[in-house]
Design a protein around this ligand. Structure first.
Ligand SMILES: Cc1c2[nH]c(c1CCC(=O)O)Cc1[nH]c(c(CCC(=O)O)c1C)Cc1[nH]c(c(CCC(=O)O)c1C)Cc1[nH]c(c(CCC(=O)O)c1C)C2
Length: 367
């Protein structure tokens, strides 16, 4: 057994940069903290080299590999948070579904759920320590190896987004198979969403016990729902997750900020700001000032530069960042992109984005 396998979720190094955690709680920070969704990813040559020839989910199951991939972007850029390398689809796997990463196609379920009877094929009670213990080990190891540089974010997919993958069998533009269930099998849909919620709550609590210092819930497919379906099939479960995780953590005197990111779900912004999350993540289709107005100062905000703005020259990136910071203000704000980095993005421009956030926000704070 390697020495690293024996590391326990205690005696973690002291946190040196708490700007991200302070911003989650709406407290003052010397600069606006920044990180990027998919900051560990194929835009980095060292990521491509490390992942070459290895199966994606095998990589996810290796704590040492996840730790290395999580740390890679932090060696290049002064990000204010790390996010554990993993994937949202480890939950359907833990529930008994086969998921493979097919090159050029993305995640694929050879046998997606087709009809409500298929729910019987899923594990009724998932032992998260047994099925997802490898993620917890990755978190513990990474938290030690981060040496307190920045906080470590854990994450999960939200119930509706995971349900969509489990029925579609992979990525989709219409999500019509999954939405068919909402209209044709609402009861079975709620049953599945409830099953997912139960696993997600245990999974997030396990991540915190392992050392995660913040949690992000990705509702990546909020945008294919309308406001009515969002109210019925997404929001109640997002709320349940935050409430249950927080209630449990409170019992042990812990307070871990939670972020909800419902991509393209701007119709739900007011509701999301009153759903027990400290932070609401935003995609780039919302204007910073109106997001602030609509959330009424109840939550911190995270986002939301169009990832494609990273294709612009550095000077333009700097101008765009400045405008974004002026719109959000520097308090209760975490800079990020409106969605993940793409593989063809230039790492240098990612560096320019991070630097622009730090420089302009320090300047705005001293005005
Ligand atoms: C780097 C990567 C990941 N997943 C996938 C890749 C690319 C494949 C590879 O490198 O081989 C496949 C991978 N995994 C998924 C997809 C999308 C498939 C599709 O819908 O078409 C792909 C290409 C599913 C997935 N996976 C994730 C989401 C939610 C965020 C989002 O909306 O993008 C989703 C939807 C979460 C995720 N996934 C990953 C992280 C790592 C941490 C970080 O951000 O640095 C995270 C947070 C890691």
């Amino acid at each position: 057994m390697e020495k690293d396998d024996l590391l326990l979720p205690k005696d973690f190094p002291k946190l040196k940069n708490d700007a991200f955690l302070r911003a989650c709680q709406g407290q003052e920070t010397p600069h606006v903290p920044v990180w990027c969704m998919r900051q560990a990813g194929r835009y980095l040559p060292e990521f491509r080299e490390f992942r070459a020839g290895k199966d994606f989910f095998e990589t996810c199951r290796s704590p040492a590999a996840c730790c290395e991939l999580t740390l890679q972007p932090l060696r290049r850029f002064p990000f204010d948070a790390a996010i554990i390398f993993s994937d949202i689809l480890v939950i359907p796997q833990a529930m008994g579904m086969d998921v493979q990463m097919v090159a050029g196609k993305g995640p694929t379920f050879p046998e997606p759920l087709k009809e409500p009877e298929d729910l019987l094929l899923l594990q009724p009670k998932v032992d998260v320590n047994k099925e997802l213990g490898y993620v917890f080990k990755a978190i513990t190891l990474t938290r030690h190896k981060l040496e307190g540089k920045v906080p470590l974010i854990g994450f999960t997919g939200a119930p509706w987004t995971l349900m969509a993958y489990m029925i579609e069998g992979g990525g989709s533009t219409t999500h019509s198979k999954a939405k068919r269930w909402l209209y044709r099998h609402p009861e079975a849909s709620h049953k599945l969403l409830k099953m997912l919620t139960d696993v997600i709550v245990e999974y997030l609590l396990g991540q915190v016990a392992a050392g995660a210092q913040a949690l992000q819930v990705f509702e990546s497919h909020a945008g294919c729902l309308g406001p009515v379906e969002f109210q019925e099939f997404s929001l109640p479960y997002l709320r349940d997750i935050a409430r249950k995780v927080k209630d449990q953590l409170k019992e042990s005197g812990q307070n871990v900020p939670m972020i909800v990111f419902a991509k393209d779900g701007h119709y739900g912004l007011e509701d999301l700001s009153q759903s027990h999350y400290e932070v609401v993540g935003l995609d780039w289709t919302i204007d910073p000032c109106s997001a602030r107005e609509r959330t009424g100062g109840k939550v911190s905000l995270q986002g939301n530069m169009d990832p494609c703005a990273l294709y612009a020259p550095k000077e333009r990136i700097s101008e765009i960042v400045k405008k974004m910071l002026e719109g959000f203000g520097t308090r209760g704000y975490i800079a990020n992109l409106g969605h993940g980095l793409y593989p063809d993005m230039d790492p240098e421009n990612v560096g320019a984005f991070v630097e622009a956030v730090h420089t302009h926000s320090r300047h705005l704070n001293h005005k």
